[in-house]
Design a protein. Structure first.
Length: 206
């Protein structure tokens, strides 16, 4: 079963306003959920499938709160050390674009889902926590979503998401490993770049 349609909810509940930097990660996510859901419900262009509009929302509200460098490192695994600094820089950029473009279209599939959170288990001074939540779908079973978050100099950032125990970065790690075995790090970069061009054309068409 694919949970790609849930990624927008997973992502935009973490679209954090500037004033929220001092909140605990679970309180921070919960505090903005209603606001962002209201935006999506009210935006007729998003509901009509305007991908450019969705992309603007993703870039402005969501992207700043994900640690794409850490996500790329985890997705690369031990292959990360094989890449040169320049290759690492390009990989982070391409992976960022891939994630953003891949899930932009799914925003139009929102159908009145709601989100519930469990209090984060953390001690004072913790800088790495898991925020647990459940996405409730009309007529469906709740879906468990866990956010791995770390505290940085710029506030709490997401570096992995698990949906029903399935890790986003581990899924990509399998794909990346296969591509690197076939054609090396440069081959992976070419593959990501080609895929991003295809996705960009879809956004242009939307």
């Amino acid at each position: 079963m694919t949970y790609r349609f849930l990624f927008p909810l997973v992502a935009f509940v973490l679209a954090v306003p500037a004033w929220g930097a001092e909140l605990a990660p679970d309180a921070l996510a919960k505090s903005v959920t209603d606001e962002v859901l209201a935006i999506v419900r009210a935006d007729k262009e998003i509901q009509a499938g305007n991908r450019k509009r969705v992309l603007q929302l993703v870039e402005s509200k969501i992207v700043p709160h994900f640690n794409f460098t850490r996500m790329t490192q985890l997705a690369m695994g031990r292959n990360w050390r094989q890449a040169s600094p320049e290759q690492q820089r390009v990989l982070v950029g391409e992976f960022r674009v891939l994630l953003v473009r891949t899930y932009t279209a799914a925003f139009t599939q929102y159908r009145n889902e709601t989100v519930e959170y469990r209090p984060a288990r953390m001690k004072p001074g913790d800088t790495d926590v898991v925020v647990q939540s459940f996405i409730n779908r009309p007529g469906g079973q709740p879906v468990a979503v866990d956010y791995s978050m770390e505290k940085t100099g710029e506030g709490w950032k997401v570096y992995n998401v698990k949906i029903e125990g399935v890790s986003l970065v581990e899924n990509y790690r399998n794909t990346f490993n296969s591509e690197i075995q076939k054609s090396g790090v440069d081959g992976l970069i070419r593959t990501l770049s080609e895929r991003n061009r295809e996705l960009a054309q879809q956004v242009q068409g939307g």
